[in-house]
Every structure is written in structure tokens, then in C-alpha cells.
Design a protein around this ligand. Structure first.
Ligand code: ATP
Length: 328
């Protein structure tokens, strides 16, 4: 059994995601509920390296459950990648009398947390917050649901103009090497084709499918392209390729970009963030360490950070078939 946890540190790291504020709030309020002090570090690991911290109490987190972004801000820290940087961070935590850390972020954040915990014997718990949803050990990461809704709303609008002009739109969405956003938003918005890194559709099949759509009498077509798609062309080259090979199509490109990270979190993300973060505090107070909390089949569970980092969150293949059937 490790040392009793009297003060918990919290930070948000990597790419920001809607619902991170709800997660911070839940950590702070759970600490207050369990009579444990809480301290926040600004800009992820960089704040730990620089000793940039703030004491947080239940009132410090009022009116943030509904706000996008993160009040603690986020960053990617080069300093923390070095042994010296991490030693500085450990020294600052000691000075602040922080006994354990809750890390809200993606897989890079958890990788850093695992190294830090091993080097400096600081218990850590990871809370998955990334719109990409590419984390093993949880069905959903905080921010993913909000991002999906943002994308679907945007594609609905694109559809209006696409059908008014008989156009083909390529819509690029985020997700890095994972196709969760593309696949789910594509089905939700009724896309004719969805290109994701997990499945190589091939350029010929794309042309065939678009030609079939046109012959079937569709007045507009939407192709959702995941940014990490491996078809061998970026979204602009893809549109040019289709224009060359299917001259009947008036093809346009929309890259949704950072609007996908912003906005008020959906109720789903707020509840998810609240449940995961309360559990993270409870695990630390229970003497547990180096875990990631996640939601599996609507239950809050935990697995080792090591397992979360080694495992792969696979897309649901059933959805590929659904998308094929529905684009008939
Ligand atoms: P997102 O999925 O939204 O990009 P992320 O948590 O994966 O979020 P990263 O930039 O990959 O974002 O990681 C966040 C930070 O974690 C990095 O900027 C770096 O400071 C730290 N980090 C990542 N990998 C390591 C590592 N191997 N050792 C130490 N620190 C690391």
C-alpha cells in the first residue's frame, strides 16, 4: 500500500476536447466531497515542468460543465519528453505537496504518465479525453460524441447546398489514424461513401460507387474522408481524380478542421466526463495507481495504463456493412 493521498493534482494535455472542463469539475468536486485537496496545473505537462499551478476548490469550477475547451488549457510539452524536464516536474509536485496526479488526455499523455510514475514514484490515473476516440479500454473518450454531433451538423448543411447544385462534396474530418469520427458521422449524415484508414476501398471502387449513385438518380453525393485515410491521395487530389475520371460530377472539398474540437459538450460527454473523473479520484484514494478509467458497456471500469497503451481500439466492422447497405 502506498502513501495516503491527501492532495491530488489534475491537468489536461494533448489536443483539447469538449468535456475536459466537465472532467476537471468532477475531479475537483470529488476531491472536495472526499475532503482531499486539489491543485490544477496549466497547459498539461508544461505546467508541471514550470510549476505553474492553481489551488482549486468546489467553487473554482462553477459554471464550467457546459463550456468547451479547458480552463486549465492544454499543450504538447517538449520539455516533458526529456528526463530533466520530468525531474523538474517531480520537484514541483513535491514542492506543492501533490501525492498523485489525474491526467486528462490521449495516448501520448498516458505514455508520459507511465514513464513519469515509474521514474518518480508518483501514482497517476488517466482519464481519456480525445475527439479521435482511439483509446483502448473505453468505448468512448471524452469529446468524441460532441465532435460527432458537430460533424453531422456541418454535413447536413453541406448536403443542402450539394443537393441544390447537384454537387459531389468531399468532406475531410479529423481522427488521425482512426476512422471513428468518419464512420459514425458518415452514417449519421447519410454519406454515400466513407473513407477510413482501417479499410482501403481503392480508387476504382470509389469511382464505381459514385457512378452507381449517379445512375440511381441521386442529386448530391457526400464522401466523408478521414484525415488519416490511406487511399494514397489527400482530399484535394481525390476530388481532382474524380473530376478527371467522372467529368459529370462537379466535385468540391470541405475540410472541417478545428471546429470539430470546439463547442459546448453534449450531455453524453458531460455525464461521461463526470463518471470517469469521479472514479479516477476514488481509485487514487483507494490506493490504486497507474490505471486508466474507461466506460465499457455503460459501466465504469479501469485497466492498467500499460494495457491501454498496448491495446488497439478497433472500429466496429458492422458499421461498414451498414454504411454500404444504406448508401444503396
Ligand atoms: P491527442 O490524442 O488529442 O493528440 P495526446 O495525449 O495523445 O492527445 P500528445 O501530444 O501525443 O497528445 O501527448 C501529450 C504530451 O504527453 C506530449 O506533448 C508530451 O509532453 C507527453 N508525452 C507523450 N509521449 C511521451 C513519452 N514517451 N514520454 C514522456 N512524455 C510523453
Amino acid at each position: 500500500m502506498g502513501k495516503k493521498v491527501r492532495r491530488i493534482g489534475v491537468m489536461t494535455s494533448g489536443g483539447d476536447s469538449p468535456g475536459m472542463n466537465a472532467a476537471i469539475r468532477a475531479v475537483v468536486r470529488a476531491c472536495a466531497y472526499y475532503h482531499t485537496e486539489c491543485i490544477g496545473y496549466y497547459r498539461g505537462y508544461q505546467g508541471m515542468v514550470n510549476g505553474d499551478s492553481v489551488k482549486l476548490n468546489a467553487r473554482s469550477v462553477r459554471n464550467i460543465v457546459n463550456q468547451g475547451g479547458t480552463i486549465l488549457q492544454s499543450a504538447r510539452s517538449k520539455d516533458f519528453l526529456t528526463k530533466e524536464g520530468r525531474a523538474k516536474a517531480a520537484k514541483n509536485l513535491k514542492k506543492d505537496e501533490v501525492d498523485a496526479m489525474i491526467l486528462i488526455g490521449g495516448d501520448g499523455t498516458f505514455r508520459g504518465g507511465k514513464v513519469f510514475s515509474q521514474e518518480h514514484d508518483v501514482p497517476v490515473i488517466g482519464v481519456p479525453g480525445t475527439i479521435d476516440n482511439d483509446i483502448y479500454g473505453t468505448n468512448f473518450a471524452i469529446g468524441y460524441d460532441t465532435a460527432l454531433n458537430t460533424v453531422v451538423e456541418a454535413i447536413d448543411k453541406i448536403r443542402d447546398t450539394a443537393s441544390s447544385h447537384n454537387r459531389l462534396f468531399f468532406v475531410e474530418v479529423m481522427g488521425r489514424d482512426a476512422g471513428f469520427i468518419a464512420l459514425n458521422s458518415g452514417i449519421g449524415a447519410g454519406a454515400e461513401e466513407i473513407l477510413i484508414p482501417e479499410e482501403d476501398l481503392g480508387l476504382e471502387r470509389l469511382l464505381d460507387s459514385l457512378e452507381r449513385s449517379r445512375r440511381a438518380g441521386k442529386t448530391s453525393s457526400i464522401v466523408v474522408v478521414s484525415e488519416g485515410d490511406k487511399i494514397g491521395k489527400n482530399v484535394f487530389q481525390l476530388a481532382d481524380y474524380v473530376k478527371e475520371n467522372l467529368p459529370n460530377y462537379d466535385a468540391r472539398v470541405t475540410v472541417l478542421g478545428h471546429i470539430q474540437r470546439g463547442g459546448r459538450p453534449t450531455c453524453f460527454d458531460r455525464v461521461l466526463a463526470s463518471r470517469l473523473s469521479v472514479k479516477a479520484v476514488e481509485l487514487l484514494l483507494d490506493g490504486k495507481r497507474d490505471l486508466m478509467v474507461g466506460m465499457l458497456n455503460n459501466e465504469i471500469e479501469s485497466c492498467s495504463l500499460e494495457r491501454a497503451l498496448k491495446g488497439k481500439h478497433n472500429i466496429n466492422k458492422e458499421l461498414l456493412k451498414i454504411s454500404e447497405i444504406l448508401s444503396t
